[in-house]
Ligand binder design. Structure first.
Ligand code: HEM
Length: 443
């Protein structure tokens, strides 16, 4: 509405045009208001009120408006060796309310988000049951369903900070969580369909659940939990699961760490022991599963062998999710031993065409490395770094001995997208001497 002359809006002598408004920007508008002038955002007739908007057929599925394009996942390239075994953090800094939209919720894959058509989907209930069963997606949809809001948290949430502050932003530190509404069939119904009650004494029984992706993420769950509130879910926030969340079907295990919420659920096996799969070893999980029968480890080992096919998980966070990483990292070089430094200098000489260190060092194809240990990543002012180095720099990450060791062993795995043409030190035994040299010469 144009307010010129409208007594409700006060007298406007000359309203700025829309073009002038756009050119001047919000600051000018704010300035005009501050100076007692009219606010064109209030007084002008804008395009959005002068023309018609999109018809209902503009998109076949609703998407966030383009003005919210900054509300997106941000990969942290150095966190894991490869994005197919990595994490997207919930955008908790940008969300309100209690429900996390699927498009911006925490996700974790061990071998990528796979695509399984619901017509091709099968889930098996086997082990200590009367009748081993295979369910199709249609079978599952016909069973009684429930809706619940459940909160999921990765065991590694906040883990990036265990060894000290690393990332700048609440989504990276606390974002391995989501809270969604899940619709699905209670797991106890599937177990009952398979005749669980008539078969065994349920004391000390476990189920082993396994995903259909290449990593075969598998976890043991105590029977009392399985019969309580575990859900085999096919909808999230009212719609089909997205592939990141295990389309067409995932397990929802409220109150338990994220990797028990197995995606693309293909197997539910009833056992009288835990399986002790790789994903429940001390290097991965912090659940203290009681093992009623020691014989379980043999079967666990066999299953583990099968399970590890295709798992690409390798690097930093996979390890940093273990409690061991919570301890501060041991320094690689305790004190500077002159023999070590000399050996390191010899190793470094081969690369002097790319890097210089010491008095008068200048940038070559790589930046000068004076004071590199303790220096912020991507620090040298006039050197043109790669985007990954610049991001690390903005995050305030600093080269310490542990980081440098990981970097020099495999630069490209440590920092995706880095333009350093160096595949890493071939001889692990050269790492300590080289770092000793960087410390001594640089200082
Ligand atoms: C043992 C040998 C090497 C060591 C110790 C080393 C060390 C480093 C370090 C610590 C950085 C990060 C610097 C910073 O954040 O300011 C870096 C970056 C870099 N290095 Fe090396 N480097 C080595 C070999 C090489 C070689 C052989 C080349 C050239 C072929 C090279 C080229 C570069 C480049 C271009 C960068 C910038 C990376 C980027 O931002 O993408 N480096 N190097």
């Amino acid at each position: 509405m144009n307010s010129n002359g409208d007594p409700r809006y006060g007298r406007v002598t000359k309203a700025p045009s829309r073009r002038a408004f756009l050119q001047g920007g919000v600051a000018a508008a704010a300035g005009a208001v501050a100076a007692g002038g009219p606010d064109p955002l209030t007084t002008e007739v804008h395009d959005w009120a002068s023309t018609t908007g999109d018809g209902v057929d503009a998109t076949p599925y609703g998407l966030p408006i383009e003005f919210e394009s900054d509300v997106i996942w941000r990969n942290v390239p150095w966190l894991m060796a490869d994005p197919i075994s990595s994490i997207n953090f919930s955008l908790i800094h940008a969300l309100e309310g209690t429900i996390t939209p699927q498009g911006s919720a925490f996700e974790r894959h061990h071998s990528g988000a796979i695509e399984v058509h619901k017509d091709d989907y099968r889930s098996m209930v086997n082990g200590l049951v009367d009748t081993q069963l295979i369910f199709t997606y249609d079978d599952l949809e016909r069973l009684p369903r429930e809706n619940h809001h459940y909160f999921c948290e990765c065991a590694a949430n906040i883990g990036v900070e265990w060894a000290g502050a690393q990332l700048n932003g609440v989504q990276f530190i606390h974002g391995m969580i989501h809270n969604m509404e899940y619709t699905g069939v209670p797991l106890r119904i599937l177990l009952q369909e398979a005749g669980l009650e008539t078969t065994v004494d349920l004391q000390d029984k476990w189920i082993f659940v396994e995903g259909a992706d290449a990593s075969s993420n598998g976890r043991s769950i105590p029977m009392n939990k399985a019969l309580d509130d575990v859900l085999v879910a096919f909808k999230t926030n009212g719609e089909a699961l997205r592939k990141e969340y295990g389309y067409p079907l995932r397990l929802v295990v409220s109150g338990c760490e994220g990797n028990l919420w197995v995606k693309w659920l293909r197997r539910i096996e009833v056992l009288n022991r835990t399986v002790e799969s790789r994903k429940e070893s001390s290097k991965y999980a912090d659940v203290l599963a009681v093992t009623p029968n020691k014989g379980g480890s043999e079967q666990g080992a066999a299953m583990d062998k099968q399970n590890n096919a295709g798992d690409t998980e390798v690097a930093a966070v996979a390890e940093s999710t273990s409690n061991e990483k919570a301890k501060p990292a041991e320094p690689v070089v305790a004190s500077l031993d002159s023999e070590l430094v000399l050996k390191g200098e010899k190793v470094f000489r081969k690369y002097e065409a790319c890097h210089q260190i010491g008095d008068g060092a200048t940038d070559k194809s790589g930046p000068q490395l004076n004071g590199i240990l303790g220096r912020t990543i991507g620090f040298v002012k006039d050197f043109i770094y790669s985007k990954s180095s610049n991001i690390a720099s903005e995050e305030g990450r600093v080269w310490n001995e542990t980081e440098m060791t990981a970097f020099l062993a495999k630069p490209k795995a440590y920092m995706k997208g880095i333009k350093m043409g160096f595949a890493g030190l071939k001889k692990q035994s050269n790492l300590k001497p080289l770092i000793a040299h960087l410390k001594s010469a640089g200082n």
